[in-house]
Design a protein around this ligand. Structure first.
Ligand SMILES: [Fe+2]
Ligand SMILES: [Fe+2]
Length: 547
């Protein structure tokens, strides 16, 4: 996707960052001339999670406290080899960052992959918290519920590829449409859905085969898709270090009151109360946003005792009558409102304010969400972070900068959650509209990350990963003077990892060819010093592995 991207003229209404003072075009530094690199590599203290990040995976696996993890959380994902870390001391001059603000902002990325308008999870959270209060949940329960509501769709990227292969179409649009359908009954809505989303534009015989296949395996496929989503969503919450009640609520999100839901067909009070709130709150939000409050309450009433707990539907109706349920849902500052709603009474400071390790855990967990979207990118964010840290350390950058670069690398493709797998996994050439969609992903990365207080610089770095020093990159056509050193590190690391990995349209390239392509991009597009540091780091790693 990197080397053969056509340059398209997509202009987005965004502000370019200011000119960066310390950003002259770098002089060429041959990789053999990194006298301080060895010392920088060995003497810099590791950042909060870096030690575990670069550690030998087998060693981490052996020492990881997986014995404590519920069986459903054990998955073969690469990052899951590292356990959650919550005890690292905060850096002395680090700004106070609220966990609720980070998770709320990142929930916007989950909305993108679920085919919902940005702010869906945040609005569902507002509705769910009002229901929880009305139902008399304790403060501790409300705190657990709060994060379950925000992260309810954390597993959605994991079934995106499977859904794309079943339908052969834009699975994000298809996912958005499923939220308003009852898949247990076959009616005109369900038939129309299949007709609209089953391989549109393909020959009729191919479409009919798909439609027949969906009809034949509907129950089994729905079960599998929900199972993947529930398990992965629960894993992500656990990975961040949230409570088992939070994880369990996410796991049981799609259970229905009458026992007809998934993944376990739980019935009535067998379903965790938090999961019952999640299910009702998300449905209310979807119908409220699409069709207004009356339509939302109508669905709640109609599905009371089938999908929803009748007591919770009564609570929702009562709140709506008092004018409290929908308050503030249409305002611009939904993020600020949802952050203000975090239940803090009795909460420990470490469960409200993010320390360094918590931030690392969140970034790593969301890197998993991003990488899970397609098997072609299953370890891309982690690979980019590894290369970026290698370059930054080789160049002798300080520990705080390296930490920021690593987090920016882990989150740089957050906006890719807005790109359907029908594009990400397309084996052939992309059409212009498809390219425009791809080229917009750093914009979404920026839009999401810039909302987090303390992440402003990180957002700039992450959103600049497809820029070029000569202004030929995207999405803002920044030039060298606007691209900081950390941004330049990420530009090189991203391109490197993309080239050494398999892509739908080509196999992984040998290192020699990768370096040749990257060298040809210097100095006009990529920073020479960053490139040379990459070569030094890769060669040094190869030497270490060889003996
Ligand atoms: Fe990207
Ligand atoms: Fe990338």
């Amino acid at each position: 996707m990197v080397e053969d991207s056509p340059i398209l003229d997509v202009t987005l209404s965004v502000e370019a960052p200011p000119i960066v003072e310390e950003a002259p075009m770098m002089e060429v530094t041959p990789c053999a001339e990194y006298p301080s690199a060895e010392a920088a590599i060995s003497e810099d203290p590791p950042t909060a999670n870096e030690a575990a990040f670069v550690a030998d995976e087998a060693q981490v696996l052996e020492s990881a406290p997986w014995a404590d993890a519920p069986a459903m959380f054990l998955a073969p994902a690469r990052l899951l080899l590292a356990p959650p870390r919550l005890q690292a001391p905060p850096s002395a001059d680090a700004p106070v960052i609220q966990i609720s603000q980070v998770i709320s902002a990142l929930s916007f990325a989950l909305d993108l992959t679920e085919g919902q308008p940005m702010g869906h999870a945040a609005r569902a959270c507002m509705l769910g918290m009002r229901l929880a209060k009305a139902l008399g949940m304790t403060e501790t329960e409300q705190h657990d519920l709060y994060y379950a509501l925000l992260l309810k769709d954390a597993g959605c990227s994991s079934n995106a590829s499977k859904m794309f292969h079943i339908l052969g179409t834009d699975e994000i649009a298809a996912k958005g449409a499923t939220k308003t359908l009852d898949w247990r009954n076959v009616g005109w809505g369900q038939v129309r859905y299949v007709l609209e989303h089953a391989r549109p534009g393909r020959p009729m015989t191919e479409r009919l085969r798909t439609i027949f296949d969906i009809a034949l395996h509907r129950k089994q496929q729905t079960e599998q898709l929900i199972q993947i989503r529930c398990e992965r969503g629960a894993q992500i919450a656990w990975r961040i270090g949230l409570s088992s009640d939070t994880s369990n609520a996410i796991y049981s999100l799609d259970e229905h009151w009458d026992g007809g839901g998934y993944p376990d067909g739980l019935r009535g009070a067998q379903i965790p109360a938090m999961a019952r709130i999640l299910n009702l709150a998300q449905t209310l939000e979807v119908f409220y946003t699409a069709h207004g409050p009356k339509a939302a309450m109508r669905v709640a009433r109609q599905q009371s005792r089938t999908w929803f707990d009748p007591e919770m539907v009564r609570a929702a109706r009562s709140l709506a009558k008092k004018g409290e349920l929908w308050r503030g849902l249409d305002t611009e500052d939904v993020l600020a409102q949802v952050v203000a709603m975090e239940p803090k009474e009795g909460a420990t400071p470490s469960s409200v304010e993010a320390n360094e390790a918590t931030l690392d855990n969140i970034c790593e967990a969301f890197a998993e969400v991003i990488d899970a979207k397609s098997h072609y990118t299953y370890s891309h964010s982690v690979g980019v972070a590894q290369a970026a840290v290698g370059i930054a350390r080789t160049m002798g950058m300080d520990a705080d900068t390296i930490t920021m670069i690593r987090r920016a690398a882990l989150l740089h493709d957050l906006g890719k959650l807005s790109v359907p797998n029908s594009i990400l996994e397309k084996p052939g050439k992309l059409t212009q509209p498809e390219w425009e969609r791809v080229r917009k992903h750093p914009y979404y990365t920026h839009e999401i990350l810039r909302r987090i207080t303390g992440f402003e610089e990180l957002a700039e770095i992450a959103a600049s990963h497809h820029e070029k020093l000569n202004g030929a990159g995207y999405y803002r056509n920044l030039t060298g003077a606007q691209l900081s050193r950390p941004a330049r590190v990420l530009m090189v690391a991203d391109m490197f990892d993309a080239l050494v990995a398999d892509r739908p349209y080509r196999a992984a390239m040998p290192l020699e060819k990768v370096f040749r392509i990257l060298r040809n991009e210097t100095p006009h597009a990529l920073d020479v010093a960053c490139f040379e540091a990459l070569v030094y780091w890769v060669e040094r790693n190869a030497q270490k592995q060889a003996g």
